[in-house]
Design a binder for this molecule. Sequence first.
Ligand code: UDP
Ligand code: MG
Length: 323
Amino acid sequence: MKLSIIIPIYNEAESLPKLAERLRHVAARIQSEKGFSVDFIFIDDGSSDDSAACLKTLDFAGHSARLLSFSRNFGKEAALSAGIDAAKDADIMIMMDADLQHPPELVIDLLDKWEEENVDCVYFYKERRHEAEGFLKTAFAKGFYWVINRRARFRITENAGDYRLITRRFADALISLPETERFMKGLYGWVGFEQCGIPLTPPPREHGRTNFNFVQLLMMSFDAITSFTTTPLRLMALFGMAIAGLSTLYGVYIILERLFVGQEESGLASTLTLIAFFGGLQMIYLGLVGEYIGKAVLEAKRRPGYILAENRILQPEADYTSS
Ligand code: UDP
Ligand code: MG
């Protein structure tokens, strides 16, 4: 069995030496306890610090290691895809963050769970999210999962992270998806198969800070929603129908009032407010439709999801036959 550990890196030079040290221990344990061969695939996502230089100096204790460098920053989702694409001969793959928020030792837990349950994807999910992240972020996360999972045939698992194990056939399914803009959490759900989770409370970041602030997460959620479901379009259409219906009724009421009661309706302020309100509503709807069209245009270009500047072997595969 061959296990590839895939690690996206964006400005993580400070964490890398510690990460490598812990990875060496884990890899040794996996090899002795499970008999798997372990290799590492690092993806340098256009880091502006010396992450790549640092990687080249690290010791992997004989486990083969490879560094893919992007020509610029393409984002974590692209980096994960590149890693999965590169792990061509792996039987299982594990993705983890480089900032030690995904403790490398837990790879063993992923493998144990995988052997126990025999599923195609094992992930860690965040337990008791709101204590760590505050009310607002939790509320938004809930709303996000509600919209995206509404009446879909597949589910995006709530609070599941990117620390995962996937099997060869799961990876092949992911590779077969042609889209350029890849929201991995969504794709994991979309491809299906049996999956199971392990609860985890991620430790705080030791160096640097998160690459995704609240506004960026909000934008990403919007992006994910518009790439995975057309529910917002439907909701807007339903809302439009309700408004149209109500205003028709109101129109009839005004005519009848004029005919039978003889009263003239007046009110500039309310008219102006309504015009502004519906103007705004139409702009929101147009923006939403535009978002979907924009997505289609981007995909229609069929550009690759990432460009490799370098594909370098950091540590060649050990030659077991000679020892
Ligand atoms: N990352 C990346 N490209 C980016 C942003 C982040 O490859 O454009 C990597 C980063 O180096 C880390 C992982 O993705 O290994 C998670 O990033 P981060 O810790 O900032 O996210 P969070 O833990 O806050 O979700
Ligand atoms: Mg992190």
